[in-house]
Design a protein around this ligand. Sequence first.
Ligand code: PMP
Length: 437
Amino acid sequence: MDHGQTAATQGSRIDAYVDRYAARATGMVASEIRALFAVASRPEVVSLAGGMPYVTALPLDVVGELVADLVARRGPVALQYGSGQGDPHLREQICEVMRLEGIDAGSDDVVVTVGSQQALDLITRIFIDPGDVVLAEGPSYVGALGTFAAYQASVVHIAMDDQGLVPADLAETIARLERAGRRLKFLYTIPSFQNPAGVTLNLARRREVLEICQRAGLLVVEDNPYGLLGFDGEPMRALRADDPEGVVYLGSFSKTLAPGFRVGWALAPHAVRDKLVLAMESAVLSHSSFSQLAVGQYLATQPWREQIKTFRELYRERRDAMLTSLEALMPPGCTWTRPAGGFFVWMTLPEGLDSKAILPRAVAERVAFVPGTGFYADAQGAGNMRLSYCYPQPDRIREGVRRLSGVIEQEIRLRDTFGTGSAPDHIGVDTPGPDLA
Ligand code: PMP
C-alpha cells in the first residue's frame, strides 16, 4: 500500500462504498431541522418543540437507591444476557398496567422492546416489503413515519378531526386502495392523546375502526404511550381490549416512568409474537436485563399509580397554561386542538402562512416549535405546527406562546403587505431527534 496516498483518495473509496447503500437507506434521511434545534436548545429559547417527559418530577433519589440495590442484590442476573422475549416477571407486571385500559392479556403474548420505538421497527420489519401500504392518521408520529420510510412502506394518511381518525375516510381509503390492487399491511393509529394532534378517538369510533379493519382483514397497530396520561376521568378502553386477534398493541414506560430505561413492549397475537421474538433476537439478542429489572423493581416497590397521577396533574397544569395563553394571545385565524391528555397541541395557522418559513424567525425570537410537514409522509402540514407543553414550566409556556404570537402577528402583516407565501427556508423534519419525540 502506498502510504503517500492522500486523504482525497481515501475519500473517493468511501464514496464508492456509499454508492452501495441498500435502497432502504435512502429512506433514512437526517433532519435538516437538527441544526436549528441545536440553537433552540439554548436556555434562553423556550422550546415548545420537544416531546421530552418531565422526569425531574420523579423521586430520583428513590430510583437511585433502587438501582444500587438491584446491582448489589441481583447483579449476576441484572448484568447478564436475558431472554429475547423479555423478563417474565416484568411481562406479568406489564399485563397489570394494561389492565387499567381494559386489556386482559397473558404475559406470554408480551414482548419487551427497547422503547415502543423498537416495537414499531420490529413490526414494520416483519410486515413490510417495499411498496406495501401502511395507513396512518394524518398527521402522525414522526418516529413512526421515519421507520415506515426506512422499510420503504408507502404511507397513506387517513383524515382526522377533533374526535380522532375519521372512520368513513378509513373505509373509503381501504376500498380505493384495494381496487387499485395495492397491498395493505396495517393501520397504524395512536388513538389516545395523539402525537402530534393531541386528539383522542371517541368510543363509538373505536368500535367502528375495529369493525372496518376486521371486515377488510387489516391488522391494527395501536400505539399507546400516552393512554394513562388523561386529564379527566378513567383511561379510555384500548382498541386491543375489544379485539385481541386483530390488534398489536404497543406500550411504553417512557411517559409513565422515564424514557431513559428504554423499556417498551408489544402485545401481539401468538403468531405475530413468535416473529417479533425472532426479530428482537436478530436485532439485539435481548433487551437490557438491567433496565428491565430496574423497571420491574420500581413497579414492585413504588407507588407507580400515584406517580402517574403526579405526572397527569403536572401536565394538566401545563396544558392549561398553554391553552389559556393561546386563547389570550394568538391572533385571529389561528386555531388549535384542546388535548384531554398527553403532551401536544396542534395548531393551524391563518391562510397563507408557512410554519417552516416561520421557524427560523421564531427561534430568533427565542421560541421553538415543530413545523407540521414532518408529521406527514406527503408534504401536507405547511400550515400547521406542533406545540408541546410537557417540558417547560407553566410561566415559560406562557412566555413562549407570547413570543410565538408576536412572530405570527408579524407574519400576518408580511402576508398582507407582500401577498401570501413567503418562501420557506428549506427546513424539513424527517427523522426524530430526541427533541422531536
Ligand atoms: N409512539 C409515539 C406516539 C411517541 O410519541 C413516541 C415517543 N415520543 C414513541 C412511540 C416512542 O417512545 P419510546 O420508544 O420512548 O417508548
